[in-house]
Design a protein around this ligand. Sequence first.
Ligand SMILES: *Cc1c(COP(=O)(O)O)cnc(C)c1O
Length: 343
Amino acid sequence: MDINKLVRKNIAELHPYSCARDEFKGEASVYLDANENPWNSPYNRYPDPLQWELKEGISRLKGVAAGNIFLGNGSDEPIDLLYRAFCEPGTDNVVAIEPTYGMYKVCAGINNVEYRTVGLNDRFDIDADALLKVCDANTKLIWLCSPNNPTGNSLDAQQIHRLIQQFSGIVVLDEAYIDFSEHESFAAYLQRYTNLVILQTFSKAWGSAAIRLGMAFADTAIIQVLNKIKYPYNINILTQKQALKLLEQEKSVSNWIDVLLKQRSWLRDALSELSYVKQIYPSDANFILIKVDDANALYHFLVGRGIIVRNRNTVSLCLGCIRITVGSPEENKILIDTMKIFG
Ligand SMILES: *Cc1c(COP(=O)(O)O)cnc(C)c1O
């Protein structure tokens, strides 16, 4: 892959904003370079624009070099930046699986980039050839999500490998739910594949949706393009500090995951005893997709009792489907007790 051929011309030629913290790096005793207020420490100082301390922590945890990590305001930021870096509005296109996470399509719309979809098969899986068939010379990105939202399953690893190998653009693999899966992350293949971008997030297993911290792992050439076009201080100091604290509590996080995985199988068993639940799809994530007789009726019944699930009835291939997040043992019990009344 030749990154210079993929990146938009205006981005390749762009001289990025150079902030005070870019020009001087290191320790000093008097900082008079950034028009900051000398009081109200530590919030008076601009944060590290490239978040190196946090990236080093994430690097140790994930086994990905800090230089191969981009941090964003949620995964939403790298999703949007990938369009802005590689897709010429009105000309280029992307290819995505269907159904999947809604943000890929929304960001395509915002950036005026054609969004082509290929339906998953009856096992909610992909066929690399079918995806490649709808690609043309203007296809810059392929969007994959594994485990996939809202279906919950992991995509076939061999098909993912084939796609990355045969596609001449960038394959984005969203692993937001990888911590709940028995399958390995594709992060191990970053050295081999320079056209692979992996997305992970602090929003799910790490219990930190509110701090807005998403990660992209990729070849340094791609990371440098994203760094070039991001807002200079895109991760604020509160988020950086909170994330560093969380990295030290890795044990609590794996404990949460253990409990959620046990609860996922408890929920699966409990749901299978409800006669109106027609199908419980396999899940490698912290949610379960089920098919029921009347999804709208069940959804409104639960809302009326203060329980909110996600109605996916209108999503393609998900007719009659409800997506249920695995909650605490107490929450899951309330859900099942209430669902028994509906039956
Ligand atoms: C929840 C989710 C995310 C997380 O997005 P953030 O912006 O990091 O909160 C990303 N991708 C998928 C598929 C998700 O379901």
